[in-house]
Design a protein around this ligand. Structure first.
Ligand code: SAH
Length: 225
């Protein structure tokens, strides 16, 4: 079994696969934010997945991450990031650090990233990998992310990369006016991607794409099974 990430491929080979992913899986399916497309073509996804899966890093699907968790499908990472409509000035909260791949994508596009992961082993691995790749502008903590990060609120955007039974009020309350929360909402096995925008005391909610995420486990999420 292959135990290292290079898998006999050169950086140019990986880049070719990555740019093909951007064209075939993202642009053709309607991802149109050029900044998002650019960073999806830049961040080395193969270095965030377990070595035995690196040969599938740029294929069109989620990949196992260990601890029963998954690295989201590239299209879903791009779509959720695009939903945040980032300009570069934002302070963002991410719930579900996982591999750190989505965190790296966000850090390329925002001012400051706060990220929360409940599984200690994953948080540690993600932090190490991000630092190795030169990412430093992030704050990571091991906690129940359904509580948000109250000391650092409000945020311009919050992205939840695990599926919730309902939109947690705790997170909506930690948004700035006009801030956006992107979160998969539904059952444990299938969800719809939900985009909530804060408008005064209410929220505008849009839902469309079907998706399948691992459960968001916590006080305002699912119970641990
Ligand atoms: N964004 C990740 C996807 C990881 S899968 C990536 O790009 O790799 C979802 C992650 O959410 C898992 O790592 C899981 O442990 C985490 N998670 C689930 N419930 C959580 C909670 N309440 N708080 C923080 N993290 C949570």
């Amino acid at each position: 079994m292959n135990r290292n990430h290079t898998n006999g491929k050169s950086d140019t080979d990986w880049e070719y696969e990555r740019l093909s992913m951007v064209e075939d899986q993202l642009r053709k399916r309607g991802i149109s934010d050029e900044r998002v497309l650019h960073v999806m073509g830049k961040v080395p996804r193969h270095l965030f997945v377990p070595p035995e899966s690196s040969n599938r890093a740029y294929t069109d699907g989620p990949l196992p991450l260990g601890e029963g968790q998954t690295v989201s499908q590239p299209y879903m990472v791009a779509l959720m990031t695009q939903c945040l409509e980032l300009t570069g000035a934002e302070k963002i909260l991410e719930i579900g650090t996982g591999s750190g791949y989505q965190s790296a994508i966000l850090m390329e596009l925002v001012r400051e990233l706060y990220t929360v992961e409940r599984v200690h082993a994953l948080a540690e691995r993600a932090e190490q990998q991000l630092v190795t790749l030169g990412y430093h502008r992030f704050h990571l903590r091991v906690a129940d992310g359904t509580q948000g990060w109250p000391e650092e609120a409000p945020f311009d955007g919050i992205i939840v990369t695990a599926g919730a039974p309902a939109v947690p009020d705790t997170l909506l309350n930690q948004l700035h006016e006009n801030g956006t929360l992107v979160i998969p909402v539904g059952t444990r096995y299938s969800q719809k991607l939900c985009k909530c925008t804060k408008r005064g005391n209410t929220y505008r909610r849009e839902e469309d794409t079907m998706c399948v995420f691992v459960p968001l486990v916590g006080e305002y999420g699912w119970e641990d099974e």
